[in-house]
Design a protein around this ligand. Structure first.
Ligand SMILES: Cc1cc2nc3c(=O)[nH]c(=O)nc-3n(C[C@H](O)[C@H](O)[C@H](O)COP(=O)(O)O)c2cc1C
Ligand code: SF4
Length: 678
């Protein structure tokens, strides 16, 4: 047996966990009609197949009707959920993993205009900034009703075959009772710590009575809100001891911080550029103070940090949650001594940011996650070996190369630059986004292992490609910044890439006109402001940087606000004119009636990219499919069979930004779903 601390079993009451790695509760927003149907089950089971000890499903499954799903949560208050849960738990158990579910009442952390349009409830009328609802202050009958709802939901989960239930007690209703900042009730549920904890213990008592002792109950709670007037560390440790001493629960899952604002949430779940494992020592303090099974997750992305967490006795079970969205097979790869092959989580937080915008959680660089029904995590070999030539070594090209090589094909990649990465190499210029380069590094090391041949500093013409006698050509040449958006003066502006790459020296008084709303605009603004420029970011949209999304915006704002960057929404840069060594910006608005002039010494335009597609069009006439992609075949996942030109010598495809400006995930998904069927 291995002596790796991560691979040692852990006895949680009657439940033997096969190793020390868990996936903590998270709602990927995959439910259909509030139920964990096929997509949900396939996603969950893949992690069990990958070797994780315990997968905690369903972040925040709702126990009550007045806790409507705010990011497509599971509806644990419906009896019809039981058979769906049973299918999932059976499938996970068959793979040797344990499975639990997190139950919650969101309290004020939701909206009244969802579900059954019931008023949002909380122990005070204070609004939560992130979800904006002004809550009704709870009455006695609400409290009794919700306690019973928790017990009913726990009973459903036990009937569905779950190994246990975890209560979400940070930022949700239970913690809204506990925190002095959000509880303005009188006794018996408000006032002293005893009273503020009463709701939590009443819920646990009601659940325990219902589910009996042979069922795991745990709590995920904040032991330090890190807010003036909130639960501090001393009180948090006291709460931890009381939770243990209640005898009602079997483990503590430690959170540090508060989630009522985007910045608060981002400190609890740190993203790229933020410190690794920032709350691990704190979780260790809780374990030391309680000597009780302790779980924790917060940016433990790599196996070495996870191993340290266990070996140093900081925690009993370590969560690697987003890491498992990027690579569901972490434990299997540890056991096979293939840690180098683990696809690294780069903390891009595309997964989490998407669910707050009503989308499904997808991983920025694993397009199979959440699509397990159609996209493989392990690529099967092709029946016939082909020669695949790929032009461009950005994320799309490298993913196409990796997947084609996994299929067993002979793969050649031609790249004009002297190194791989394309736009990702540019984005990784920002210190905070440096982790992005792992998207490239991982693919390069996989491609090298698989024998892909790379030709850098090679500007591919049609002849260069045809000399390879390819069966398949994939054009992944990306795009170039598109700055020609003005009615006059396009020659006076520079692109966000010019600034980020350092090709153009920053001005001193700069307008960043950003209607792409992606990272490049904010990155350029930050480069400029850090170089000492006075910067105004202007967008015609009603909010700035919408593609960056909530949690990713936090580090930018922390930096840009300190640098006094000005944000102007709903105004459009229409034209630019030279005036001495200055540039006059003509500014209007899509709302009409505005025509003003502002003077800058530099104007930066961020307007996405224009495809670099000359090579594709050169190669098109000689191809068998004339470049056509059957979307039907692409979507169902069968090989491309279009034959528009039977004399053609090769199949031709283009992917990523060489088609149209999109994002890294789209580029990688284009590549995976095409190449997996080559
Ligand atoms: C898509 C997504 C949804 C999440 N939803 C929940 C949730 O509902 N409840 C919860 O306690 N944590 C939730 N989390 C937080 C995770 O459980 C975990 O604490 C967090 O991702 C930090 O751990 P990691 O760095 O290992 O990913 C969510 C995380 C993700 C990525
Ligand atoms: S999107 Fe980013 S943070 Fe989320 S799982 Fe993928 S790599 Fe990790």
């Amino acid at each position: 047996m291995s002596n790796d601390p991560l691979l040692q079993p852990f006895q949680l009451k009657h439940l033997t966990l096969r190793n020390r790695i868990i996936v903590t509760s998270h709602e990927p927003a995959y439910p259909e009609d509030g139920m964990p149907k096929d997509r949900y089950r396939a996603y969950t089971v893949e992690r069990a197949k990958g070797g994780v000890a315990l997968t905690m499903t369903a972040g925040s499954a709702a126990v009550s009707k007045d806790s409507p799903p705010v990011f497509n949560n599971l509806l644990a208050y419906k009896d019809e959920i039981v058979p769906w849960i049973r299918q999932m738990t059976d499938a996970v158990h068959d793979e040797g993993a344990a499975i639990m579910i997190q139950l919650t009442h969101l309290g004020r952390r939701t909206r009244w205009d969802k579900g059954d349009w019931l008023p949002v409830v909380a122990p005070s009328h204070h609004r939560e900034a992130a979800h904006r609802a002004f809550p009704k202050k709870l009455e006695d009958w609400d409290i009794e009703r919700i306690i019973k709802d928790f017990a009913d939901a726990a009973e459903r989960m036990k009937a569905g075959g779950m190994d246990g239930v975890e209560l979400e007690a940070y930022g949700h209703l239970i913690d809204q009772f506990t925190s002095p900042l959000t509880n303005e009730l009188d006794g018996p549920y408000g006032g002293s710590l005893d009273n503020r904890l009463r709701f939590c213990f009443d819920v646990f008592k009601a659940m325990r009575e219902r589910v009996g002792n042979d069922f795991i109950l745990g709590v995920r709670y904040t032991a330090d809100e890190c807010l003036p007037g909130g639960t501090g560390k001393a009180e948090g440790l006291e709460i931890s001891r009381r939770l243990k001493e209640s005898g009602l629960i079997d483990y503590l899952n430690v959170i540090r911080g508060h989630i009522d604002t985007d910045p608060g949430l981002t400190d609890v779940i740190p993203i790229q550029g933020m410190a690794s494992a920032p709350h691990l020592d704190f979780a260790g303090d809780v374990r030391a103070a309680t000597k009780f099974p302790t779980f924790h997750a917060a940016k433990i992305q790599d196996v070495a940090t996870a191993r340290h967490a266990i070996a140093a006795g900081k925690v009993d079970m370590i969560g690697m949650t987003r890491a498992h969205m990027t690579d569901p097979h972490i434990v299997r790869k540890i056991m096979e001594k293939r840690e180098d092959d683990i696809r690294p989580c780069v903390g891009a937080n595309y997964c989490l940011d998407r669910i707050y915008q009503g989308g499904l959680a997808f991983c920025i660089h694993n397009a199979a996650t959440g699509r397990e029904e159609t996209m493989p995590h392990r690529i099967p070999k092709a029946a016939v070996r082909k020669k695949v030539v790929i032009v461009g070594a950005g994320p799309a090209g490298l993913e196409a190369a990796r997947v084609s090589a996994e299929r067993g094909h002979e793969v050649v990649v031609l790249e004009a630059a002297n190194n791989p990465g394309g736009q990702i190499r540019l984005t990784a210029q920002s210190e905070r986004r440096r982790e992005m380069i792992s998207i490239i590094d991982w693919r390069m090391s996989q491609c090298e292992k698989l024998g892909v041949s790379f030709r850098f500093n090679t500007w591919a013409e049609a002849d260069t490609v045809l000399a390879e006698a390819p069966d398949v050509v994939i054009v992944a040449t990306g795009g170039l910044p598109h700055t020609e958006v003005l009615s006059k003066g396009n020659e006076l502006v520079v692109s966000s890439w010019d600034i980020i790459s350092g090709d153009v020296k920053p001005g001193t008084n700069v307008l960043v006109f950003d209607d792409a709303g992606d990272h490049a605009g904010l990155q350029a603004a930050e480069f400029l402001a850090k170089a000492g420029a006075k910067v105004e970011i202007m967008t015609p949209d009603r909010s700035f940087a919408p593609e960056v999304m909530a949690m990713n915006l936090v580090p930018y704002m922390r930096s840009l606000q300190k640098l006094d960057v000005k944000f102007t929404v709903t105004y459009r840069l229409e034209a630019a004119e030279k005036s001495g060594n200055q540039i006059v910006a003509h500014v209007g608005s899509d709302y009409g009636g505005i025509a003003k002039q502002q003077t800058f010494d530099q104007i930066v335009v961020n307007h996405g990219t224009i495809p670099l597609d000359d090579l594709y069009f050169e190669l098109k006439p000689g191809s068998r499919n004339l470049g056509e992609v059957s979307y039907d075949e692409l979507i169902v996942g069968s090989p491309q069979s279009v034959e528009r030109n039977p004399q053609g010598a090769y199949q031709l495809f283009r992917i990523g930004d060489a088609v149209a400006a999109r994002n890294t995930h789209a580029a990688i998904y284009d590549a995976l779903r095409l190449a997996k069927d080559l």
